[in-house]
Write a protein that binds this ligand. Structure first.
Ligand code: RUQ
Ligand code: CUA
Ligand code: CA
Length: 624
Protein backbone atom coordinates (compact mmCIF):
# COMPACT_ATOMS: atom_id res chain seq x y z
CA UNK A 1 0.00 0.00 0.00
CA UNK A 2 2.76 2.36 1.00
CA UNK A 3 4.58 1.62 -2.25
CA UNK A 4 1.47 2.31 -4.27
CA UNK A 5 0.86 5.59 -2.45
CA UNK A 6 4.45 6.68 -3.15
CA UNK A 7 4.12 5.79 -6.82
CA UNK A 8 0.82 7.68 -7.01
CA UNK A 9 2.22 10.80 -5.40
CA UNK A 10 5.22 10.61 -7.77
CA UNK A 11 2.80 10.45 -10.71
CA UNK A 12 0.90 13.42 -9.33
CA UNK A 13 4.12 15.36 -8.92
CA UNK A 14 5.25 14.58 -12.48
CA UNK A 15 1.86 15.60 -13.87
CA UNK A 16 2.09 18.84 -11.94
CA UNK A 17 5.58 19.55 -13.28
CA UNK A 18 4.51 18.85 -16.87
CA UNK A 19 1.50 21.07 -16.40
CA UNK A 20 3.69 23.79 -14.98
CA UNK A 21 6.17 23.53 -17.84
CA UNK A 22 3.39 23.58 -20.39
CA UNK A 23 2.04 26.64 -18.71
CA UNK A 24 5.43 28.36 -18.94
CA UNK A 25 5.94 27.36 -22.55
CA UNK A 26 2.52 28.51 -23.66
CA UNK A 27 2.81 31.60 -21.53
CA UNK A 28 1.79 32.83 -18.17
CA UNK A 29 -1.73 33.27 -19.47
CA UNK A 30 -2.58 29.64 -19.00
CA UNK A 31 -2.81 29.61 -15.27
CA UNK A 32 -6.27 28.82 -14.15
CA UNK A 33 -7.62 29.47 -17.61
CA UNK A 34 -10.70 27.44 -18.27
CA UNK A 35 -13.02 28.86 -20.82
CA UNK A 36 -16.60 27.84 -20.21
CA UNK A 37 -18.97 28.60 -23.03
CA UNK A 38 -20.41 32.09 -22.83
CA UNK A 39 -23.67 31.74 -20.98
CA UNK A 40 -26.77 32.84 -22.77
CA UNK A 41 -29.81 34.16 -21.00
CA UNK A 42 -32.77 31.85 -20.93
CA UNK A 43 -35.95 33.08 -22.57
CA UNK A 44 -38.94 33.70 -20.34
CA UNK A 45 -41.02 30.60 -20.04
CA UNK A 46 -44.27 29.86 -18.31
CA UNK A 47 -43.50 28.15 -15.06
CA UNK A 48 -45.79 26.08 -12.97
CA UNK A 49 -45.77 26.60 -9.24
CA UNK A 50 -43.51 23.59 -8.72
CA UNK A 51 -40.84 24.73 -11.16
CA UNK A 52 -37.53 25.64 -9.68
CA UNK A 53 -34.29 26.64 -11.34
CA UNK A 54 -32.02 23.62 -11.11
CA UNK A 55 -28.29 24.03 -10.43
CA UNK A 56 -26.60 24.98 -13.69
CA UNK A 57 -29.76 26.58 -15.11
CA UNK A 58 -30.22 30.26 -15.64
CA UNK A 59 -33.09 32.34 -14.42
CA UNK A 60 -35.52 33.80 -16.92
CA UNK A 61 -35.84 37.25 -15.30
CA UNK A 62 -33.68 39.79 -13.55
CA UNK A 63 -34.98 41.63 -10.50
CA UNK A 64 -33.26 44.86 -9.46
CA UNK A 65 -34.06 45.64 -5.84
CA UNK A 66 -33.24 48.94 -4.21
CA UNK A 67 -31.22 48.06 -1.14
CA UNK A 68 -32.81 50.50 1.30
CA UNK A 69 -30.45 51.64 4.02
CA UNK A 70 -27.58 49.66 2.50
CA UNK A 71 -27.36 52.25 -0.29
CA UNK A 72 -26.87 49.35 -2.72
CA UNK A 73 -28.87 47.78 -5.52
CA UNK A 74 -29.36 44.02 -5.27
CA UNK A 75 -29.67 41.90 -8.40
CA UNK A 76 -31.70 38.72 -8.05
CA UNK A 77 -32.44 36.01 -10.54
CA UNK A 78 -36.13 35.20 -10.86
CA UNK A 79 -37.69 32.72 -10.28
CA UNK A 80 -34.85 31.26 -8.22
CA UNK A 81 -34.58 34.39 -6.01
CA UNK A 82 -30.82 33.87 -5.97
CA UNK A 83 -28.84 37.00 -5.19
CA UNK A 84 -26.47 37.38 -8.14
CA UNK A 85 -24.85 40.72 -7.50
CA UNK A 86 -24.75 43.65 -5.13
CA UNK A 87 -24.11 46.97 -6.87
CA UNK A 88 -22.82 49.72 -4.58
CA UNK A 89 -24.47 53.05 -5.45
CA UNK A 90 -24.45 55.35 -2.43
CA UNK A 91 -22.23 53.34 -0.07
CA UNK A 92 -18.51 52.62 -0.28
CA UNK A 93 -17.80 48.98 -1.03
CA UNK A 94 -14.48 47.48 0.09
CA UNK A 95 -15.01 44.45 -2.13
CA UNK A 96 -14.71 46.44 -5.33
CA UNK A 97 -12.97 49.57 -4.07
CA UNK A 98 -16.04 51.68 -4.97
CA UNK A 99 -15.89 54.85 -2.91
CA UNK A 100 -12.18 54.36 -2.21
CA UNK A 101 -10.76 55.32 -5.60
CA UNK A 102 -10.50 59.10 -6.09
CA UNK A 103 -13.12 59.22 -8.86
CA UNK A 104 -15.75 57.18 -7.03
CA UNK A 105 -14.99 58.95 -3.77
CA UNK A 106 -15.67 62.27 -5.48
CA UNK A 107 -18.91 60.86 -6.85
CA UNK A 108 -20.08 59.94 -3.32
CA UNK A 109 -19.27 63.46 -2.16
CA UNK A 110 -18.32 62.60 1.40
CA UNK A 111 -21.44 60.57 2.20
CA UNK A 112 -20.98 56.98 3.27
CA UNK A 113 -24.54 55.78 2.93
CA UNK A 114 -27.79 56.32 1.14
CA UNK A 115 -31.40 55.29 1.61
CA UNK A 116 -32.50 53.83 -1.72
CA UNK A 117 -36.18 53.53 -2.29
CA UNK A 118 -37.38 53.46 -5.85
CA UNK A 119 -35.48 51.91 -8.73
CA UNK A 120 -36.63 52.73 -12.24
CA UNK A 121 -35.30 51.44 -15.53
CA UNK A 122 -34.87 53.38 -18.75
CA UNK A 123 -37.61 52.81 -21.30
CA UNK A 124 -38.03 53.10 -25.04
CA UNK A 125 -41.61 53.68 -26.21
CA UNK A 126 -42.90 52.69 -22.79
CA UNK A 127 -40.99 49.41 -22.65
CA UNK A 128 -38.04 48.66 -20.41
CA UNK A 129 -34.90 48.75 -22.53
CA UNK A 130 -32.20 47.53 -20.14
CA UNK A 131 -29.82 50.47 -20.59
CA UNK A 132 -29.77 52.17 -17.21
CA UNK A 133 -31.22 51.81 -13.75
CA UNK A 134 -31.88 54.83 -11.53
CA UNK A 135 -32.49 54.92 -7.82
CA UNK A 136 -33.21 57.73 -5.36
CA UNK A 137 -31.46 58.43 -2.06
CA UNK A 138 -34.01 59.76 0.40
CA UNK A 139 -31.36 60.50 3.04
CA UNK A 140 -29.07 62.77 1.06
CA UNK A 141 -31.29 63.95 -1.80
CA UNK A 142 -29.64 62.30 -4.75
CA UNK A 143 -30.35 60.10 -7.73
CA UNK A 144 -27.84 57.40 -8.67
CA UNK A 145 -27.53 55.76 -12.06
CA UNK A 146 -26.25 52.27 -12.81
CA UNK A 147 -24.99 51.33 -16.27
CA UNK A 148 -26.57 47.96 -17.02
CA UNK A 149 -23.82 46.97 -19.44
CA UNK A 150 -21.27 46.92 -16.65
CA UNK A 151 -23.55 46.90 -13.60
CA UNK A 152 -21.53 49.77 -12.17
CA UNK A 153 -22.68 53.14 -10.88
CA UNK A 154 -21.95 55.75 -13.50
CA UNK A 155 -23.42 58.97 -12.09
CA UNK A 156 -24.79 60.47 -8.91
CA UNK A 157 -26.83 63.66 -9.27
CA UNK A 158 -27.40 65.98 -6.29
CA UNK A 159 -30.71 67.79 -5.97
CA UNK A 160 -29.78 70.99 -4.16
CA UNK A 161 -33.16 72.30 -3.01
CA UNK A 162 -34.90 69.02 -2.34
CA UNK A 163 -35.15 67.47 1.13
CA UNK A 164 -36.04 63.82 1.53
CA UNK A 165 -35.89 62.85 -2.15
CA UNK A 166 -38.35 60.02 -1.96
CA UNK A 167 -40.13 59.29 -5.21
CA UNK A 168 -38.60 58.62 -8.59
CA UNK A 169 -40.34 58.05 -11.88
CA UNK A 170 -39.32 58.04 -15.55
CA UNK A 171 -41.20 59.06 -18.68
CA UNK A 172 -41.96 56.40 -21.34
CA UNK A 173 -39.38 57.97 -23.67
CA UNK A 174 -36.70 58.21 -20.94
CA UNK A 175 -36.32 61.93 -21.59
CA UNK A 176 -37.18 62.92 -18.04
CA UNK A 177 -37.02 61.62 -14.51
CA UNK A 178 -39.09 63.23 -11.78
CA UNK A 179 -38.54 63.15 -8.08
CA UNK A 180 -40.31 64.92 -5.24
CA UNK A 181 -39.32 65.84 -1.72
CA UNK A 182 -40.94 63.91 1.08
CA UNK A 183 -40.16 66.77 3.45
CA UNK A 184 -40.35 70.49 3.05
CA UNK A 185 -37.69 73.05 3.83
CA UNK A 186 -37.07 76.79 3.63
CA UNK A 187 -35.46 77.87 0.36
CA UNK A 188 -31.71 78.24 0.61
CA UNK A 189 -31.77 75.66 3.35
CA UNK A 190 -28.42 74.34 4.46
CA UNK A 191 -25.43 75.44 6.45
CA UNK A 192 -23.63 77.17 3.59
CA UNK A 193 -26.46 79.58 2.84
CA UNK A 194 -27.27 80.60 6.39
CA UNK A 195 -30.85 81.19 5.37
CA UNK A 196 -33.04 79.77 8.02
CA UNK A 197 -36.72 79.88 8.82
CA UNK A 198 -38.21 78.69 12.11
CA UNK A 199 -40.75 75.91 12.02
CA UNK A 200 -43.52 78.28 13.07
CA UNK A 201 -43.06 79.95 9.68
CA UNK A 202 -43.67 76.58 8.01
CA UNK A 203 -46.74 77.51 5.97
CA UNK A 204 -45.21 80.61 4.37
CA UNK A 205 -41.50 79.88 4.24
CA UNK A 206 -41.30 76.14 3.66
CA UNK A 207 -41.79 74.41 0.33
CA UNK A 208 -41.89 70.97 -1.12
CA UNK A 209 -39.96 70.51 -4.36
CA UNK A 210 -40.67 68.64 -7.58
CA UNK A 211 -37.47 68.15 -9.59
CA UNK A 212 -37.24 67.50 -13.31
CA UNK A 213 -34.11 65.67 -14.40
CA UNK A 214 -33.29 65.58 -18.10
CA UNK A 215 -31.72 62.45 -19.49
CA UNK A 216 -29.40 62.69 -22.49
CA UNK A 217 -29.21 59.99 -25.13
CA UNK A 218 -25.87 59.02 -23.56
CA UNK A 219 -27.66 58.52 -20.26
CA UNK A 220 -26.26 61.60 -18.59
CA UNK A 221 -28.57 63.16 -16.01
CA UNK A 222 -29.01 66.93 -15.85
CA UNK A 223 -31.13 68.87 -13.40
CA UNK A 224 -33.59 70.78 -15.64
CA UNK A 225 -35.67 72.70 -13.15
CA UNK A 226 -37.35 72.49 -9.78
CA UNK A 227 -40.89 73.50 -8.93
CA UNK A 228 -42.09 74.85 -5.61
CA UNK A 229 -44.95 72.86 -4.16
CA UNK A 230 -47.14 73.13 -1.07
CA UNK A 231 -45.33 72.23 2.17
CA UNK A 232 -47.00 68.81 2.31
CA UNK A 233 -45.14 65.53 2.56
CA UNK A 234 -44.91 63.87 -0.85
CA UNK A 235 -44.81 60.13 -1.12
CA UNK A 236 -44.71 58.71 -4.61
CA UNK A 237 -44.61 60.17 -8.10
CA UNK A 238 -45.77 58.50 -11.30
CA UNK A 239 -45.16 59.82 -14.78
CA UNK A 240 -48.12 59.61 -17.12
CA UNK A 241 -48.03 57.28 -20.09
CA UNK A 242 -49.90 56.98 -23.39
CA UNK A 243 -53.02 59.20 -22.93
CA UNK A 244 -51.57 60.83 -19.80
CA UNK A 245 -48.07 61.28 -21.24
CA UNK A 246 -46.78 64.76 -20.43
CA UNK A 247 -48.17 64.80 -16.88
CA UNK A 248 -46.78 63.67 -13.57
CA UNK A 249 -48.83 62.66 -10.49
CA UNK A 250 -47.53 63.00 -6.94
CA UNK A 251 -49.27 61.79 -3.79
CA UNK A 252 -49.04 63.85 -0.61
CA UNK A 253 -50.16 62.91 2.88
CA UNK A 254 -49.59 65.97 5.05
CA UNK A 255 -52.03 68.59 3.75
CA UNK A 256 -52.41 69.44 7.46
CA UNK A 257 -48.86 70.91 7.29
CA UNK A 258 -48.07 69.24 10.59
CA UNK A 259 -44.58 69.81 11.94
CA UNK A 260 -44.87 68.07 15.29
CA UNK A 261 -46.52 64.87 16.41
CA UNK A 262 -46.91 64.24 12.70
CA UNK A 263 -48.23 60.75 13.36
CA UNK A 264 -51.38 62.31 14.83
CA UNK A 265 -51.46 65.76 13.29
CA UNK A 266 -51.06 64.71 9.68
CA UNK A 267 -54.12 62.47 9.89
CA UNK A 268 -56.70 65.09 10.86
CA UNK A 269 -58.07 65.93 7.42
CA UNK A 270 -60.42 63.45 5.88
CA UNK A 271 -58.74 64.04 2.52
CA UNK A 272 -55.25 64.76 1.26
CA UNK A 273 -54.18 65.47 -2.31
CA UNK A 274 -52.63 64.13 -5.44
CA UNK A 275 -50.63 66.88 -7.12
CA UNK A 276 -50.98 66.87 -10.90
CA UNK A 277 -48.33 68.70 -12.92
CA UNK A 278 -48.20 69.44 -16.63
CA UNK A 279 -44.45 68.99 -17.10
CA UNK A 280 -44.52 69.72 -20.83
CA UNK A 281 -45.82 73.23 -20.12
CA UNK A 282 -43.33 73.65 -17.28
CA UNK A 283 -40.48 72.66 -19.58
CA UNK A 284 -41.67 75.12 -22.26
CA UNK A 285 -41.67 77.88 -19.68
CA UNK A 286 -38.11 77.12 -18.67
CA UNK A 287 -36.98 76.77 -22.29
CA UNK A 288 -38.43 80.24 -22.95
CA UNK A 289 -36.40 81.60 -20.04
CA UNK A 290 -39.57 82.29 -18.05
CA UNK A 291 -38.62 80.48 -14.87
CA UNK A 292 -39.09 82.58 -11.75
CA UNK A 293 -35.69 82.62 -10.08
CA UNK A 294 -32.51 80.65 -9.59
CA UNK A 295 -31.76 78.93 -6.30
CA UNK A 296 -28.51 77.08 -5.62
CA UNK A 297 -27.88 77.18 -9.33
CA UNK A 298 -31.23 75.61 -10.23
CA UNK A 299 -33.94 77.21 -12.38
CA UNK A 300 -36.99 77.44 -10.14
CA UNK A 301 -40.66 77.57 -11.09
CA UNK A 302 -43.29 78.99 -8.77
CA UNK A 303 -46.55 77.45 -10.06
CA UNK A 304 -48.58 80.03 -8.13
CA UNK A 305 -47.49 82.51 -10.80
CA UNK A 306 -48.29 80.32 -13.79
CA UNK A 307 -51.87 79.07 -13.97
CA UNK A 308 -52.15 75.83 -15.90
CA UNK A 309 -49.08 74.09 -14.53
CA UNK A 310 -50.35 72.39 -11.38
CA UNK A 311 -53.62 71.11 -9.91
CA UNK A 312 -54.71 69.28 -6.79
CA UNK A 313 -57.04 66.29 -6.68
CA UNK A 314 -58.56 65.27 -3.35
CA UNK A 315 -57.83 61.68 -2.39
CA UNK A 316 -58.20 59.32 0.59
CA UNK A 317 -56.72 60.12 3.97
CA UNK A 318 -52.91 59.96 4.06
CA UNK A 319 -52.42 58.31 0.68
CA UNK A 320 -49.34 56.30 -0.04
CA UNK A 321 -48.58 55.22 -3.58
CA UNK A 322 -49.91 56.67 -6.80
CA UNK A 323 -49.67 54.50 -9.90
CA UNK A 324 -50.66 54.88 -13.54
CA UNK A 325 -52.11 51.94 -15.48
CA UNK A 326 -50.27 50.69 -18.60
CA UNK A 327 -52.71 52.45 -20.95
CA UNK A 328 -52.25 55.68 -19.02
CA UNK A 329 -55.94 56.17 -18.38
CA UNK A 330 -56.27 55.09 -14.76
CA UNK A 331 -54.50 56.89 -11.98
CA UNK A 332 -54.68 54.84 -8.80
CA UNK A 333 -54.08 56.27 -5.33
CA UNK A 334 -53.90 54.08 -2.25
CA UNK A 335 -55.58 55.22 0.93
CA UNK A 336 -53.18 53.82 3.56
CA UNK A 337 -55.61 54.87 6.29
CA UNK A 338 -58.69 54.11 4.18
CA UNK A 339 -59.35 50.52 3.09
CA UNK A 340 -59.80 51.66 -0.50
CA UNK A 341 -57.88 52.52 -3.57
CA UNK A 342 -59.27 55.39 -5.59
CA UNK A 343 -59.22 55.17 -9.36
CA UNK A 344 -59.25 58.43 -11.29
CA UNK A 345 -59.90 58.61 -15.01
CA UNK A 346 -57.29 60.75 -16.71
CA UNK A 347 -59.74 61.64 -19.48
CA UNK A 348 -62.03 63.11 -16.82
CA UNK A 349 -59.09 64.94 -15.22
CA UNK A 350 -58.25 66.48 -18.55
CA UNK A 351 -61.85 67.41 -19.28
CA UNK A 352 -62.25 69.00 -15.84
CA UNK A 353 -59.08 71.05 -16.38
CA UNK A 354 -60.27 72.17 -19.81
CA UNK A 355 -63.72 73.10 -18.50
CA UNK A 356 -62.22 74.65 -15.37
CA UNK A 357 -64.52 72.42 -13.37
CA UNK A 358 -62.95 73.02 -9.94
CA UNK A 359 -64.38 72.59 -6.47
CA UNK A 360 -62.23 75.41 -5.14
CA UNK A 361 -58.65 76.36 -4.62
CA UNK A 362 -55.89 75.00 -2.41
CA UNK A 363 -52.34 76.01 -1.56
CA UNK A 364 -51.24 79.10 -3.49
CA UNK A 365 -54.64 79.27 -5.18
CA UNK A 366 -53.93 76.12 -7.16
CA UNK A 367 -57.23 74.76 -8.52
CA UNK A 368 -58.66 71.75 -6.69
CA UNK A 369 -60.49 69.37 -8.99
CA UNK A 370 -63.90 68.08 -8.06
CA UNK A 371 -63.36 64.61 -6.57
CA UNK A 372 -66.65 63.18 -7.80
CA UNK A 373 -66.08 64.47 -11.32
CA UNK A 374 -62.73 62.78 -11.84
CA UNK A 375 -63.08 59.67 -9.68
CA UNK A 376 -64.20 56.51 -11.44
CA UNK A 377 -64.09 53.87 -8.71
CA UNK A 378 -63.36 53.38 -5.05
CA UNK A 379 -62.34 49.79 -4.61
CA UNK A 380 -62.58 48.03 -1.27
CA UNK A 381 -59.27 46.22 -1.41
CA UNK A 382 -58.59 45.63 2.27
CA UNK A 383 -56.68 47.17 5.13
CA UNK A 384 -53.72 49.45 4.63
CA UNK A 385 -53.38 49.64 0.83
CA UNK A 386 -49.97 50.99 -0.20
CA UNK A 387 -49.00 50.30 -3.80
CA UNK A 388 -50.61 49.07 -7.01
CA UNK A 389 -49.03 47.23 -9.92
CA UNK A 390 -50.44 46.05 -13.24
CA UNK A 391 -50.06 42.90 -15.31
CA UNK A 392 -50.48 42.08 -19.00
CA UNK A 393 -54.02 40.75 -18.63
CA UNK A 394 -55.91 43.77 -17.33
CA UNK A 395 -55.50 43.07 -13.63
CA UNK A 396 -54.13 45.25 -10.90
CA UNK A 397 -52.51 44.16 -7.65
CA UNK A 398 -52.51 46.22 -4.48
CA UNK A 399 -50.33 45.57 -1.44
CA UNK A 400 -52.08 45.64 1.93
CA UNK A 401 -49.64 46.53 4.66
CA UNK A 402 -51.99 46.16 7.62
CA UNK A 403 -53.68 43.04 6.35
CA UNK A 404 -50.43 41.43 5.10
CA UNK A 405 -51.92 40.44 1.78
CA UNK A 406 -51.95 41.23 -1.92
CA UNK A 407 -55.31 41.94 -3.54
CA UNK A 408 -55.91 41.27 -7.20
CA UNK A 409 -58.60 43.31 -8.88
CA UNK A 410 -59.75 43.94 -12.42
CA UNK A 411 -59.43 47.15 -14.40
CA UNK A 412 -62.74 48.23 -15.89
CA UNK A 413 -65.03 46.04 -13.79
CA UNK A 414 -63.27 47.26 -10.61
CA UNK A 415 -64.03 43.90 -9.00
CA UNK A 416 -61.75 42.32 -6.43
CA UNK A 417 -61.04 38.82 -7.71
CA UNK A 418 -58.57 37.31 -5.27
CA UNK A 419 -56.40 37.91 -2.26
CA UNK A 420 -53.23 36.10 -1.19
CA UNK A 421 -51.67 36.34 2.27
CA UNK A 422 -48.02 37.29 2.57
CA UNK A 423 -45.59 37.14 5.47
CA UNK A 424 -45.88 39.95 6.39
CA UNK A 425 -46.57 43.69 6.43
CA UNK A 426 -45.95 44.09 2.74
CA UNK A 427 -44.72 47.46 1.44
CA UNK A 428 -44.16 47.52 -2.29
CA UNK A 429 -45.08 44.83 -4.72
CA UNK A 430 -43.40 44.60 -8.10
CA UNK A 431 -44.87 42.90 -11.17
CA UNK A 432 -42.47 42.15 -14.02
CA UNK A 433 -42.71 45.25 -16.20
CA UNK A 434 -45.43 46.55 -13.86
CA UNK A 435 -44.46 50.24 -14.16
CA UNK A 436 -44.30 50.29 -17.94
CA UNK A 437 -46.82 50.51 -20.76
CA UNK A 438 -46.17 46.85 -21.52
CA UNK A 439 -46.07 44.71 -18.37
CA UNK A 440 -44.80 41.15 -18.74
CA UNK A 441 -46.90 39.83 -15.86
CA UNK A 442 -46.03 36.28 -14.83
CA UNK A 443 -44.23 37.15 -11.59
CA UNK A 444 -44.88 39.42 -8.66
CA UNK A 445 -42.47 40.01 -5.81
CA UNK A 446 -43.96 41.10 -2.49
CA UNK A 447 -41.39 43.10 -0.55
CA UNK A 448 -42.46 42.34 2.98
CA UNK A 449 -41.16 44.68 5.65
CA UNK A 450 -41.17 41.90 8.22
CA UNK A 451 -40.98 38.14 8.52
CA UNK A 452 -42.42 35.92 11.19
CA UNK A 453 -41.49 32.27 11.79
CA UNK A 454 -40.03 31.96 8.31
CA UNK A 455 -36.30 31.70 8.93
CA UNK A 456 -33.91 30.46 11.60
CA UNK A 457 -33.66 32.93 14.46
CA UNK A 458 -30.73 35.33 14.07
CA UNK A 459 -31.15 37.44 17.18
CA UNK A 460 -33.54 40.33 17.73
CA UNK A 461 -32.82 41.95 14.34
CA UNK A 462 -35.14 40.04 12.00
CA UNK A 463 -34.68 39.70 8.25
CA UNK A 464 -37.22 41.16 5.86
CA UNK A 465 -38.83 38.84 3.35
CA UNK A 466 -39.06 38.93 -0.45
CA UNK A 467 -41.82 36.60 -1.64
CA UNK A 468 -42.16 35.47 -5.23
CA UNK A 469 -45.72 34.96 -6.40
CA UNK A 470 -46.72 33.33 -9.68
CA UNK A 471 -49.45 35.48 -11.24
CA UNK A 472 -49.54 33.75 -14.63
CA UNK A 473 -52.53 31.55 -13.85
CA UNK A 474 -56.05 32.23 -12.72
CA UNK A 475 -55.01 32.18 -9.07
CA UNK A 476 -51.91 33.57 -7.39
CA UNK A 477 -49.41 31.07 -6.02
CA UNK A 478 -46.57 31.67 -3.61
CA UNK A 479 -43.50 30.09 -5.22
CA UNK A 480 -40.66 30.85 -2.84
CA UNK A 481 -39.17 33.46 -0.64
CA UNK A 482 -35.82 35.00 0.15
CA UNK A 483 -34.84 36.71 3.37
CA UNK A 484 -32.79 39.87 3.07
CA UNK A 485 -31.06 42.35 5.27
CA UNK A 486 -32.86 45.63 5.84
CA UNK A 487 -34.27 46.61 3.46
CA UNK A 488 -34.98 46.02 -0.19
CA UNK A 489 -37.65 48.61 -0.82
CA UNK A 490 -38.91 48.21 -4.35
CA UNK A 491 -37.94 46.33 -7.49
CA UNK A 492 -37.85 46.42 -11.27
CA UNK A 493 -38.28 43.01 -12.90
CA UNK A 494 -37.42 42.39 -16.57
CA UNK A 495 -36.93 39.35 -18.80
CA UNK A 496 -33.28 38.27 -18.90
CA UNK A 497 -32.90 39.06 -22.60
CA UNK A 498 -33.63 42.76 -21.99
CA UNK A 499 -30.26 43.10 -20.27
CA UNK A 500 -27.15 43.17 -22.47
CA UNK A 501 -24.34 42.86 -19.97
CA UNK A 502 -20.73 43.14 -21.16
CA UNK A 503 -18.43 40.24 -20.45
CA UNK A 504 -15.19 42.23 -20.37
CA UNK A 505 -14.06 45.81 -20.82
CA UNK A 506 -12.32 45.78 -24.22
CA UNK A 507 -8.64 46.65 -23.72
CA UNK A 508 -7.68 49.80 -25.58
CA UNK A 509 -11.29 50.97 -25.93
CA UNK A 510 -11.87 52.48 -22.51
CA UNK A 511 -10.99 56.01 -23.60
CA UNK A 512 -9.22 56.34 -20.26
CA UNK A 513 -5.98 58.25 -20.97
CA UNK A 514 -4.29 56.43 -18.10
CA UNK A 515 -5.08 52.95 -19.34
CA UNK A 516 -2.29 50.87 -20.84
CA UNK A 517 -2.78 48.21 -23.47
CA UNK A 518 0.29 46.01 -22.99
CA UNK A 519 2.64 45.04 -20.20
CA UNK A 520 5.58 46.76 -21.83
CA UNK A 521 3.79 50.10 -21.37
CA UNK A 522 3.95 49.74 -17.61
CA UNK A 523 6.14 52.45 -16.11
CA UNK A 524 6.86 54.67 -13.14
CA UNK A 525 6.97 58.45 -13.66
CA UNK A 526 8.44 60.67 -10.97
CA UNK A 527 7.84 64.38 -10.69
CA UNK A 528 9.20 65.78 -7.42
CA UNK A 529 7.33 63.93 -4.72
CA UNK A 530 4.60 62.81 -7.13
CA UNK A 531 5.02 59.22 -8.19
CA UNK A 532 2.73 57.99 -10.96
CA UNK A 533 2.66 54.29 -11.70
CA UNK A 534 1.10 52.77 -14.81
CA UNK A 535 0.73 49.20 -13.66
CA UNK A 536 -0.42 46.06 -15.44
CA UNK A 537 -2.15 43.08 -13.87
CA UNK A 538 -2.35 39.83 -15.77
CA UNK A 539 -2.14 36.25 -14.59
CA UNK A 540 -0.42 36.00 -12.30
CA UNK A 541 1.74 39.04 -11.76
CA UNK A 542 1.83 42.80 -11.47
CA UNK A 543 4.18 44.87 -13.62
CA UNK A 544 6.06 46.53 -12.01
CA UNK A 545 6.10 44.37 -8.92
CA UNK A 546 8.66 46.38 -6.98
CA UNK A 547 7.80 49.98 -6.17
CA UNK A 548 10.30 52.07 -4.28
CA UNK A 549 9.23 55.49 -3.05
CA UNK A 550 10.32 57.97 -0.38
CA UNK A 551 8.35 58.59 2.76
CA UNK A 552 5.88 61.39 2.08
CA UNK A 553 5.66 60.74 -1.67
CA UNK A 554 2.21 61.06 -3.20
CA UNK A 555 1.59 57.87 -5.11
CA UNK A 556 -0.96 57.42 -7.89
CA UNK A 557 -1.31 53.97 -9.41
CA UNK A 558 -3.30 53.51 -12.61
CA UNK A 559 -3.86 49.80 -12.58
CA UNK A 560 -5.04 48.15 -15.78
CA UNK A 561 -6.21 44.56 -15.81
CA UNK A 562 -5.02 43.39 -19.24
CA UNK A 563 -7.08 40.19 -19.19
CA UNK A 564 -9.63 39.76 -21.94
CA UNK A 565 -10.94 36.45 -20.72
CA UNK A 566 -14.26 36.82 -18.90
CA UNK A 567 -14.31 36.29 -15.17
CA UNK A 568 -10.65 37.07 -14.47
CA UNK A 569 -10.79 39.92 -12.01
CA UNK A 570 -7.63 40.94 -10.17
CA UNK A 571 -7.59 42.65 -6.83
CA UNK A 572 -4.95 45.01 -5.52
CA UNK A 573 -4.37 45.47 -1.80
CA UNK A 574 -1.48 47.08 0.05
CA UNK A 575 -0.77 45.72 3.52
CA UNK A 576 -1.18 48.25 6.33
CA UNK A 577 -2.19 50.99 3.91
CA UNK A 578 -5.94 50.29 4.03
CA UNK A 579 -6.13 49.91 0.27
CA UNK A 580 -8.09 47.44 -1.82
CA UNK A 581 -9.65 47.60 -5.27
CA UNK A 582 -10.97 44.98 -7.65
CA UNK A 583 -10.23 45.49 -11.33
CA UNK A 584 -12.36 43.58 -13.84
CA UNK A 585 -10.97 42.28 -17.14
CA UNK A 586 -9.88 45.22 -19.31
CA UNK A 587 -10.69 47.79 -16.63
CA UNK A 588 -8.41 50.54 -15.28
CA UNK A 589 -8.74 51.77 -11.72
CA UNK A 590 -6.92 54.42 -9.73
CA UNK A 591 -5.30 53.93 -6.35
CA UNK A 592 -4.01 57.04 -4.63
CA UNK A 593 -2.21 57.40 -1.31
CA UNK A 594 0.53 59.24 0.51
CA UNK A 595 3.38 56.93 1.44
CA UNK A 596 3.43 58.19 5.01
CA UNK A 597 4.48 54.95 6.69
CA UNK A 598 8.09 53.88 6.13
CA UNK A 599 8.86 50.21 5.68
CA UNK A 600 8.27 47.35 3.32
CA UNK A 601 4.67 46.58 2.43
CA UNK A 602 3.63 43.67 0.28
CA UNK A 603 0.92 44.37 -2.23
CA UNK A 604 -1.08 41.44 -3.45
CA UNK A 605 -4.02 40.29 -5.55
CA UNK A 606 -7.21 39.90 -3.49
CA UNK A 607 -9.31 38.13 -6.10
CA UNK A 608 -8.68 34.40 -6.43
CA UNK A 609 -7.78 34.51 -10.11
CA UNK A 610 -5.60 31.50 -10.85
CA UNK A 611 -3.69 28.61 -9.35
CA UNK A 612 -0.86 31.08 -8.76
CA UNK A 613 -3.13 33.73 -7.30
CA UNK A 614 -1.09 33.90 -4.11
CA UNK A 615 2.06 34.38 -6.11
CA UNK A 616 0.51 37.47 -7.66
CA UNK A 617 2.18 39.98 -5.36
CA UNK A 618 4.91 42.56 -5.11
CA UNK A 619 6.59 44.96 -2.71
CA UNK A 620 6.09 48.60 -1.94
CA UNK A 621 9.24 49.89 -0.27
CA UNK A 622 8.90 53.21 1.46
CA UNK A 623 12.30 54.64 2.32
CA UNK A 624 12.39 56.70 5.50
S1 RUQ B 1 -43.03 54.28 -0.74
S2 RUQ B 1 -43.40 51.04 1.06
CU1 RUQ B 1 -43.18 55.62 0.52
CU2 RUQ B 1 -41.70 53.24 -1.56
CU3 RUQ B 1 -44.22 52.68 -0.04
CU1 CUA C 1 -4.93 38.09 -9.62
CU2 CUA C 1 -5.49 36.82 -7.79
CA1 CA D 1 -53.23 63.84 5.97
Amino acid sequence: MDGLRKTMSKVTAIVAVIAALLGLVVGKFLWGASNPATPTAAQPTTLSSTDAVAPGQLDSYYAFLSGGQSGDVYVYGVPSMRLIKTIPVFTPDPRSGYGFTPDTKAMLGGYTWGDDHHPVMSQTNGTYDGRWLFVNDKANNRVGEVDLKTFETKQILNLPNEIGTHSLTITPDSKYLFTASEYSAPLNNGPAQGNYAPLNAYSEKYFGILSSIGLGSDGKMNLNWEMLTAPYDYDLAAAGKAVSDGWVFVSSYNSEEATTDTEVNSTKNSRDYVLVVNYVEAQKLVDAGQYDFVNNGVKMIDPRKHPGLAYLIPCGKNPHGVDVSPNGQWVVASGKLDPIVTVYDFNKIKAAIEKKDFQGTGWGNLPVLNYNDVMTAEIQVGLGPLHTQFDDKGYAYTSLFVESAVTKWQLGTWKVVEKIPVNYNVGHIAVAGGDSEHPYGQFLIALDKMSQNRFLPVGPGYPVNEQLIDISGSSMKLLREAPANREPHYAVIVPANVIKAENVYPVGKSGNPNAITAENQAKVVRNGNQVTVYMAAIRSHFTPDQLTVKQGDKVTIYLTNLEQQPNITHGFAVSDYNINVAVDPGQTKVVQFTADKPGVFPFYCTDFCSALHEEMMGYLTVQP
